[in-house]
Design a protein around this ligand. Structure first.
Ligand code: ATP
Ligand code: MG
Length: 478
């Protein structure tokens, strides 16, 4: 196999294994050898992401403690080579636990070392990327995403921001629907005007009308003074109707009237007031099903869903899972008094195997809890309460195939925005087979008409970005 770029590796060993060095060099590692911990400290390059291989077998504890400064470096991903005798020493165990991504007992096959080093190196470069993506964009509402579905989402956000057309965002709970709505507003010409969010599911039905449209003094008992509704408060800006699927039919009728006429009447008022808002709505329920059951008006849906955005579920975001986890860790690590450096391999593995039904919100909760619970410097699968999602859990080949098939279908559907013909071509199967497999995997509810999709509309391809800060998408690019 051709290796196209060199990765830096610091190999610390009293007597370096020459055959291993040769193998690692052939695998694209640029190996620097340190024969003593003090030489290792000298060779450590603080700005360069690299892997580190430490053979602890022949160093004394004192020597190893000299090495702690190098072990502590965030930009080196360490793997330890150990022998069983030394692994019983508490100080050695502590060093490995606190500073290394993994360890192997000697003797070990060279390809295994290469594999582990690649993993550790990958983790370090992800931290580095995370710095660029998250921290450089600083702020509480940055969106992290480098995978293709997220990049596509960022492109769509930029496109739709410049129009006034209604946007409908669908996605599982916790995928970032509200964050997307805010991102659209902040990149739109309305950014200096209000962004008003209303959670239609959280307001009691009998209060919804007055919350949405406001009332005049004396409109009903207890209406001591005029109240401006959320729709009117959003004048000039963006109105975000969250959980629109929970809107009762009565409010659906009033909202439809407002969308058609661009005017509202406060409860108990006679005046008809012109209100100019851009409407973004979101739901995590299946609105197509709700329309079929008569719980949601189709005419309202078509008004709301001029442009459609589908939020990819976290499990379909590939390596963004790891990037997001680091981003969250970075954001909340000060919650703990101990210095947490990252995630243990078990945690990473579990994060990829787990299905994340609560998506990014769930990840934030799990990582925050893990930061508090972690007993070492690396968060483990157990700290995330995901221990059962590591390799110890057995899986039959059939289950593994099933999971892989579902993932491939999900990401093809996301890539092609649920256009079945294109997704099927991409997967090398017929449309009928794809349809059947979607049913088998429970992926069929996204059956919205294809012409509703955002990128089917004639939008300009480049739109102005949010001033003063790089756009979310670009801020997160590799
Ligand atoms: N791509 C992302 N990068 C960073 N943080 C994110 C991302 N997506 C979502 N979040 C964070 O995850 C949390 C949930 O996001 P948000 O509230 O936008 O999701 P939602 O889809 O509206 O969820 P719900 O269905 O529960 O209302 C928020 O704290 C948000 O900041
Ligand atoms: Mg929400």
């Amino acid at each position: 196999m051709n290796v196209t770029h060199e990765r830096a590796l610091l190999y610390v060993a009293r007597a370096a294994d020459e055959a291993l060095v040769e193998h690692l060099t052939s695998r694209g590692w640029k190996v620097s050898i340190a024969h003593s911990p003090s030489e290792a400290v000298r060779l450590t390059k603080p700005d360069l992401p690299s892997a580190g291989l430490i053979d602890i077998t022949r160093f004394t504890l004192r020597e190893l403690s000299t090495l702690e400064t190098s072990l502590r470096q965030q930009q080196i991903g360490w793997i330890a080579l150990a022998n069983p005798e030394r692994l019983v020493e508490p100080d050695i165990r502590r060093l490995i636990r606190n500073y290394c991504f993994d360890y192997v007992k000697l003797p070990v096959a060279h390809p295994t070392v290469d594999y582990l080093l690649s993993h550790a190196y990958g983790m370090v470069t992800l931290c580095d990327l995370d710095m660029v993506a998250g921290v450089a964009a600083a702020g509480d509402d940055e969106m992290v995403g480098t995978c293709e579905p997220m990049q596509q989402l960022f492109r769509t956000i930029r496109k739709v921001a410049n129009t006034d057309a209604a946007v409908f965002i669908s996605g599982e709970s916790g995928t970032g629907k509200e964050l997307t709505a805010l991102a659209i507003h902040e990149r739109s010409p309305r950014r200096k005007e209000p962004f008003i969010a209303i959670n239609c599911g959280a307001i009691p039905h009998h209060l919804l009308q007055s919350e949405l449209f406001g009332y005049e003094r004396g409109a009903f008992t207890g209406a001591h003074q005029r109240k401006i509704g959320r729709v009117e408060a959003a004048h000039g800006g963006t109105l975000f109707l969250d959980e629109i699927g929970d809107l009762p039919l009565e409010s659906q009728a009033s909202l439809l009237r407002f969308l058609q006429e661009g005017r509202i009447e406060r409860l108990g008022g006679r005046e008809s007031i012109a209100v100019d808002v851009r409407v973004i709505s979101a739901t995590h329920v299946d609105l197509v099903g709700a329309m079929r059951d008569g719980r949601f008006r189709a005419d309202l849906f078509h008004r709301l869903c001029v442009l459609r955005i589908d939020e990819p579920p976290l499990r379909a975001r590939g390596k963004d899972i790891e990037i997001l986890a680091h981003h969250i860790l970075h954001k909340f690590k000060t919650d703990s008094s101990r210095k947490i450096r990252g995630f243990a391999p078990s945690a990473i593995e579990a994060m990829y195997s787990y299905g994340w039904p609560g998506n990014v919100r769930e990840m934030i909760n799990r990582v925050r809890r893990a930061i508090v619970m972690a007993e070492s410097k690396l968060i483990t699968a157990e700290d995330l309460d995901l221990a059962q999602f590591t390799a110890q859990e057995s899986m039959t080949l059939a289950q593994a195939r099933d999971t892989a098939e579902k993932r491939a279908i999900e990401s093809a559907l996301l890539r092609h925005r649920h256009r079945l013909n294109e997704a099927a071509t991409d997967l090398g199967i017929s449309r009928v087979t794809l349809y059947r497999l979607m049913a088998a995997h429970g992926l069929r509810e996204a059956g919205t008409p294809e012409h509703d999709k955002a990128d089917g509309s004639p939008l300009p391809s480049r739109l102005p970005e949010r001033p003063g800060r790089p756009p979310n998408g670009d801020a997160c690019q590799k």
